[in-house]
Write a protein that binds this ligand. Structure first.
Ligand code: UD1
Ligand code: UDP
Length: 364
C-alpha cells in the first residue's frame, strides 16, 4: 500500500516525523514523503534532525509569499504528484495552506486523506487566521480524523463527522519531544547562567501590524524593567515579523534576537526557560510537558486544555496584559509555581503508534 505523507512547514515536519518513522517500519506500507517546502530552511532543519529525506520536493516557498499565490502554485504541482504517485492514502498534519490544498487535491483525485491533529477549533474563522479555515476545510475531506484530545473529538462530532471516522490518538508533538530526549540537546547560544530566561516566539498572521507592534512594545518595557532577566527571541523569517522585531528590540542589552533555532536547540531553550511567551500552537503543547508556564500572545486558542488546567494563560497581543502577567510571574513565586507544573494534556508519546494501528487494520 502506498502511503504518501506530506509536510510543508516546520511544525508539520516535527509532528509528522514520528508517524513517518513508525510507518516506515510497517512491512505492508510503501511510505513516500512529499515536502511541499512551503518553508525552506525551517523545514530542512527538522527533516535533518529526524533523518528524514523527502522523496519528492516541490520547493514552493517564495519570499513573503501571499496565501492566494501559495495556494494557486501548490494545486497544479499536487495534481502532477498525485497523478504520478497514485497513493492509496495521503496523510497531512495540522492547519497550514499545504494541508488544506493537499486535502482538496486528494478530494479531486478520490484519494482518502488521514488528518493528523484533527478537530481543533476556536469557532472563529479570523482567529487563528487562516488556520481555523484550513483545519475546517481539511476536516470536510478527511477519511480518518486523528484527534489529539477528547475535546477535539467532540468538536468534530458537533460538526457532524461520523464517530467511526474519529480516533483519539494524542498529539504526535509529544512523541517527537520524547524522541528528542535521547539526543544531545545543546542551545548553542551563550546565556548568563545567573539570569532567568524569558523565551519568546511570535509569528501569527492575525497579529501582523499594530498587534505585533504592541507585543514588541511590551517586550521592550519588560526588558528595560528587568535588567536581571534575559530574553531570547528566535525570530520567524517572515518579513512582517522580522523587520518589526528588529526595529523594537535590537540593541537592548538583555535581549537576544536570533535566527530560528533548530529543533534540538529550541528544546534546550525551552528547558532552560523560566517563562515562555508565544503565539505558537506547538509550543503551547510542548511547554506544559516541560513544566514551563506559557503566556499566549493571542486572544483565542484552539488548544484550551492547558488553559483549563491553569498552566497556560491567554494575554493576547495586549501591551498591558503582557507586561502585567509576565511581571507577576517574575515577581510572585507562588503564582509562578501554580503554573510551572509538568503536565501533558496533549499526549503520552504514543500517538504515532495509534495512527499506524488504524492504518494497519484498514489496509491489511
Ligand atoms: C506558516 C503557516 C502557519 C504556521 C507557520 C509555522 C500558513 C498559512 N501558515 O506560517 O500556520 O503556524 O507556518 O511556522 O500555512 N520563510 C523563510 N524561510 C522559511 C520559512 C519561511 O524565509 O523556512 C519566510 C518567507 O519569506 C515566507 C514567509 O516566511 O514567504 C512566510 O511563510 P509561510 O509559510 O507563508 O507563512 P508562515 O508565517 O511561516
Ligand atoms: N521551534 C523550533 N525552533 C524555533 C521555534 C520553534 O524548532 O526557533 C519548534 C517548536 O519546538 C515547535 C514548533 O517549532 O515544535 C512550532 O512551530 P511554529 O511555532 O513555527 O508553528 P505553530 O506550532 O504555531 O504552527
Amino acid at each position: 500500500m502506498k502511503i504518501l505523507i506530506v509536510v510543508g512547514t516546520r511544525p508539520e515536519a516535527i509532528k509528522m516525523a514520528p508517524v513517518i518513522l513508525a510507518l516506515k517500519k510497517e512491512p505492508w506500507a510503501n511510505v513516500r514523503v512529499l515536502a511541499t517546502a512551503q518553508h525552506r530552511n525551517m523545514l530542512d532543519q527538522v527533516n535533518e534532525f529526524f533523518g528524514i529525506d523527502p522523496d519528492i520536493d516541490l520547493n514552493i516557498m517564495r519570499p513573503n509569499q501571499a496565501l492566494t499565490t501559495l495556494t494557486a502554485r501548490l494545486l497544479p504541482e499536487l495534481d502532477d504528484v498525485l497523478q504520478a504517485e497514485k497513493p492509496d492514502a495521503v496523510l497531512v498534519q495540522g492547519d497550514t495552506t499545504t494541508v488544506m490544498t493537499v486535502a482538496l487535491a486528494c478530494f479531486y483525485h478520490h484519494i482518502p486523506v488521514g488528518h493528523v491533529e484533527a478537530g481543533l477549533r476556536t469557532w472563529d474563522m479570523q482567529n487563528p487566521f487562516p488556520e481555523e479555515a484550513n483545519r475546517v476545510i481539511t476536516g470536510k475531506f478527511a477519511r480518518w480524523h486523528f484527534a489529539p484530545t477528547e475535546g477535539s473529538r467532540q468538536n468534530l462530532l458537533k460538526e457532524g463527522v461520523a464517530d467511526s471516522k474519529i480516533i483519539v490518538t494524542g498529539n504526535t508533538v509529544i512523541d517527537a519531544l520524547l524522541m528528542s530526549a535521547s539526543k544531545d540537546l545543546q542551545l548553542g547560544i551563550e546565556l548568563d547562567s545567573n539570569k532567568r530566561l524569558v523565551l519568546v516566539t511570535s509569528h501569527r498572521r492575525e497579529n501582523f501590524g499594530e498587534p505585533f507592534r504592541n507585543i514588541c512594545r511590551a517586550l521592550q518595557t519588560l526588558a528595560e524593567k528587568n535588567p536581571d532577566v534575559q530574553f531570547l527571541y528566535p525570530v520567524h523569517p517572515n518579513p512582517n515579523v522580522k523587520d518589526v522585531a528588529h526595529e523594537f528590540l535590537a540593541g537592548l542589552h538583555n535581549f537576544t534576537l536570533c535566527e530560528p533555532l533548530d529543533y534540538a536547540s529550541f528544546i534546550a531553550a525551552m528547558k532552560r526557560a523560566y517563562i515562555i511567551l508565544t503565539d505558537s500552537g506547538g509550543i503551547q503543547e510542548e511547554a506544559p510537558a516541560l513544566g514551563k508556564p506559557v503566556l499566549v500572545l493571542r486572544d483565542e486558542t484552539e488548544r484550551p486544555e492547558a488553559v483549563e488546567q491553569g498552566v497556560v494563560k491567554l494575554v493576547g497581543p495586549n501591551y498591558d496584559a503582557i507586561v502585567q502577567e509576565t511581571q507577576c510571574l517574575l515577581d510572585d513565586e507562588f503564582a509562578y509555581r501554580a503554573m510551572a507544573r509538568g503536565i501533558s494534556p496533549y499526549g503520552d508519546g504514543k500517538a504515532a503508534e495509534r495512527i499506524v494501528q488504524v492504518l494497519r487494520k484498514y489496509f491489511t
